[in-house]
Design a protein around this ligand. Structure first.
Ligand code: ADP
Length: 604
């Protein structure tokens, strides 16, 4: 007898009724259909028979459905398998499985193409036989380590393909267990030859371009130096001429010479600065300085132009703005001269204002905002950012009206950035512009004296003293001549000499009052000459003051000079006021006070 069928079968997760399992059903059906003893059909009531039949039919339908599902799954599996093989074969990287013994068990098509062989030719071959002999040790070492410690390995070897050699193949190898087999290696191969060659080309191109850029900067630096030397002669001689009797027409010519040579000098300095900035060679010279003195000096330089144009100039530095700062005063002044120079150039009516304010202040430091505002022609909004690009001017018609190179603001921006600051411009066409320089400084307690490298910081030529004997040493004739003539104007006598050897010989008798010594000279540098002099002076000789004269104002050189026993420094182009101021400062007091006044008033 079979028991009652489950009256309310539970629903499976697939939503189908849970029937008796097939073997149970079969057992029950056989038991019902056959007598256990005779094998004849048992006695079944009609109701039982029809229930059993129903159950069997349901079960048959279920089986058919399961069958359908199975064949659908099989189809899907087949599609997915084909897709996987397609991907496996067409992957952009070579892929293979290698046995513990190093034999290739399977490989994708990309790997076969990489090595230029049929896929069949790879199977059961040693992978190492495709590795260049010289790199096989590396291959064995890496795969050996992988098999030993299971750590994935990544390395580059040269491989041999049908056409010859693949210089760079990158292998990524990992250990795996393969379907019950022992350890196998899964290896990905990427031919990186092209990439490495491109990188190599790129590196060579970059090196060449760096070398080009260095050569360009050096060329510019040398050229600027070469142009500057004769120009210094022109500027100097023009200054000397100012102190000579001239008729009005000669004076006019002289004025033109002076203004042209001044703009040429400023252009050369700009080009040199740009070259330095571009080649990353611009060094800041950090020192203590007075902010107010710096601004006053900037204003002094441009005051004649402001006056000539009849402009009003106001300076507004509130008391709370600290004065003793530490930073690069020369570069700060350079920026301000540029901004103020532009303000004067582009303003015909009204005024210019220089304002300073504190943006931020913290312990030992301050961030200042320096504004230069004008009531000039202004700048169109679409050009406001462009004017900071090198060689860019607001527009070409302006170029014709106003001279300039378009380098000034580009240099200012880079200088400001180098100082850790920034520059912005705001402008309204027809009403004027404001250039704002924001820059951080450290606060300093002292305000150190700053050698007047740029000829700013001029002291009036107030020195009054006796006619003296000077030794002027410089290998460049025009430089010597300019200084000699400036000194002669004041009635001094000058001996010129163009090299260190002669300088020492002339100095030996000890009858000069002061030596002006060029630093950069062939054979014996100014520093060597000075050291010999100081050495000899130890033997109970009178100490003669020596003023260094140099064209290079590089930090390194200045530091080197500062460590030497010079009495003073002058920077080329030597200006008449700074020459006399420095001489006056370096001479012994007794000589300064003897009281024979040098004639320095320009003859009208
Ligand atoms: P340069 O003055 O030598 O041409 P800059 O780089 O100093 O070069 O200035 C670039 C341009 O920016 C100028 O040619 C001018 O068109 C514009 N510019 C600069 N400052 C002012 C200003 N204060 N007012 C009007 N335009 C200005």
């Amino acid at each position: 007898m079979i028991g009652d069928p489950d009256p309310d079968p539970p629903v499976s997760s697939t939503g189908r009724s849970r029937r008796s399992d097939p073997s149970e059903l079969r057992r029950r059906a056989e038991a019902v259909l056959k007598s256990p003893t005779t094998g004849e059909p048992g006695n079944l009531s009609e109701e039982e028979t029809s229930r059993l039949l129903h159950e069997l039919q349901v079960h048959q339908v279920e089986l058919e459905m399961q069958n359908e599902e199975l064949s659908r799954t099989r189809e899907e599996l087949e599609i997915s398998r084909n897709r996987y093989f397609h991907l496996y074969n067409m992957a952009p990287v070579g892929y293979c499985t290698v046995s513990r013994q190093g034999l290739i068990l399977e490989a994708n098509l990309t790997m076969a193409r990489l090595l230029g062989v049929n896929r069949g030719a790879l199977i059961n071959k040693r992978l190492s036989q495709f590795v260049l002999r010289e790199d096989q040790n590396l291959y064995y070492l890496q795969t050996g380590q992988l098999l030993k410690n299971g750590q994935p390995q990544s390395f580059v070897v040269r491989m041999v393909d049908a056409a010859g050699q693949l210089p760079y193949v990158h292998l990524e190898a990992a250990r795996d267990e393969d379907e019950g087999r022992e350890n196998v290696l899964r290896i990905v191969l990427v031919n990186i030859t092209e990439r490495i060659q491109l990188e190599e080309e790129l590196r060579r191109a970059r090196q060449a371009s760096d070398a080009d850029s260095r050569a360009k900067s050096e060329f510019l630096a040398n050229m600027s130096h070469e142009i500057r030397t004769p120009l210094n002669g022109i500027v100097g001689m023009a200054q000397v001429l100012e102190y000579s009797p001239l008729n009005p027409s000669q004076k006019e010519c002289l004025e033109v010479i002076r203004s042209c040579s001044a703009s040429l000098l400023s252009l050369i300095n700009n080009v040199l600065d740009m070259a330095k900035v571009e080649s990353g060679k611009l060094e800041l010279e950090i020192r203590d300085f007075s902010l107010r003195t710096g601004i006053r000096e900037v204003v002094q330089i441009l005051a004649p132009q402001v006056e000539k144009k009849g402009l009003r100039l106001t300076i507004d530095i509130p008391e709370e703005v600290p004065d003793s700062l530490s930073g690069d005063p020369f570069r700060l002044k350079q920026i301000l001269i540029n901004l103020l120079g532009n303000a004067v150039k582009f303003t015909d009516r009204g005024g210019i204002r220089i304002g300073v304010a504190i943006c931020e202040s913290g312990p030992g430091q301050v961030r200042l905002l320096l504004n230069v505002s004008d009531s000039g022609i202004g700048i169109r909004p679409e050009l406001i950012d462009k004017i900071f690009l090198p060689f860019t001017q607001a527009d070409t018609s302006i170029t014709r009206q106003y001279d300039g190179t378009g380098l000034g603001l580009a240099i200012c921006l880079r200088l400001a950035q180098r100082m850790g600051g920034k520059i912005r411009a705001r402008s309204t066409v027809g009403s004027g512009s404001t250039f704002s320089l924001e820059v951080p400084f450290a606060l300093s307690k002292s305000t150190a004296r700053e050698p007047g490298r740029d000829g700013t910081g001029r002291e009036a030529v107030s020195w009054r003293g006796p006619a003296l004997r000077f030794l002027v040493v410089d290998d460049e004739e025009s430089n010597r001549s300019v200084v000699a003539r400036m000194l002669s104007l004041a009635g001094h006598s000058v001996v010129e000499c163009d090299n260190g050897e002669d300088a020492l010989r002339l100095w030996e008798p000890g009858d000069f009052d002061l030596v002006l010594l060029d630093i950069q000279m062939p054979v014996r540098s100014g520093i060597e000459v000075l050291r010999t002099m100081r050495e000899k002076e130890k033997e109970n000789r009178r100490r003669i003051p020596v003023v260094a004269v140099t064209a290079h104002a590089l930090q390194q050189e200045r530091e080197q000079m500062a460590g030497e026993d010079f009495d003073g420094f002058l920077f080329k182009p030597v200006e008449i006021e700074s020459l006399f101021a420095e001489i006056s400062r370096c001479l012994p007091k007794a000589l300064r006070e003897k009281g024979i006044p040098p004639e320095r008033t320009p003859v009208p």
